[in-house]
Design a protein around this ligand. Structure first.
Ligand SMILES: Nc1ncnc2c1ncn2[C@@H]1O[C@H](COP(=O)(O)OP(=O)(O)OP(=O)(O)O)[C@@H](O)[C@H]1O
Length: 259
């Protein structure tokens, strides 16, 4: 079997689900360093289940997951927390912390047991605050933030964790169009300029087509994967929803209501 390159997430013949319930199978893809990848598909198809499986938050049913060229199961918890960060939709229990304190928690895999931050740790926390436009909010309590601000804090914490791979479950839920685009552009910037490998689940297919390098379409059978143009050319988006309701316009790369 080909050993995938460093700094990638690579999946072969993966099946995900719960005990005896197989939710999605036949999943194959590789995302390289510096790429932003969306996981799309209809409600209940298994996007979050896949994301949690990639982050080792639940066991896989079958197949192999490579992170930076090593099998996921060979990572110890501390090694994994230095290689991969996960941003989930649930709000953290630590919402009473300030923005800066929550982001500093991203440095936990590297600090001593007292959690003391070095000069280098503090510099990374500052860079994360700056990159996600949070410097002015640094002393605000997290429970005082809007959904969009909180989402930026959670992603900034993942940036401070400084892992090669970042996984996010629906990072744009509850945001208006402007803030959806803002988050996705910040993620794109992080992937392209800091060579991160970023995968996120989303229902924002039109935006993913415009902003992502790769898309995995979970469709329950083939699960096509590729760059957006290839997937449009191969007519995979047309097959995503029943055409009597929603049609895909390949010229504009957007969905329209079938009136
Ligand atoms: N803890 C669980 N135990 C058993 N089944 C579960 C569990 N969590 C989710 N499922 C089931 O797994 C399937 C996939 O759910 P999942 O949340 O991964 O889908 P999704 O594509 O992320 O959906 P959505 O777009 O609605 O968020 C669903 O049928 C769901 O009911």
């Amino acid at each position: 079997m080909e050993v995938p390159n460093e700094h990638t997430i690579s999946v072969k013949e993966l099946s995900v689900g719960y005990d005896t319930l197989s939710v999605a199978k036949n999943i194959n893809f590789t995302v390289k360093s510096g790429e932003l990848c969306a996981i799309v598909g209809v409600n209940g198809i298994g996007k979050s289940t896949l994301l949690r499986t990639l982050g080792k938050l639940q066991p896989r049913l079958k197949g192999t997951i490579f992170i930076k060229g090593e099998k996921l199961e060979t990572y110890s918890p501390i090694q994994l927390s230095r290689a991969l960060s996960v941003v989930l939709t649930e709000l953290p229990a630590s919402k009473n912390l300030t923005v800066q304190e929550l982001i500093a928690l991203g440095r936990q895999p590297y600090t001593n047991w007292l959690g003391n931050l070095t000069v280098a740790d503090k510099k990374l926390v500052q860079q994360s605050l700056d990159s996600f436009l949070l410097t002015e909010l640094r002393d605000r309590k997290c429970h005082e933030l809007s959904d969009g601000q909180m989402q930026r804090v959670l992603i900034a914490r993942a940036m401070a964790q400084d892992t090669s791979v970042i996984l996010l479950d629906e990072p744009t839920t509850h945001l208006d169009l402007y803030h959806k685009v803002q988050i996705l552009k910040l993620l794109q910037n992080l992937a392209h300029h800091q060579q991160k490998t970023i995968l996120f689940t989303t229902h924002e297919i039109d935006l993913a087509i415009q902003l992502c390098d790769k898309i995995l379409i979970l469709d329950g059978t083939e699960n096509p994967f590729g760059n957006p143009c290839e997937l449009i050319d191969q007519k995979h988006f047309e097959r995503l929803f029943p055409p009597e309701m929603v049609v895909f316009d390949a010229k504009t790369g957007a969905f329209k209501v079938n009136k």
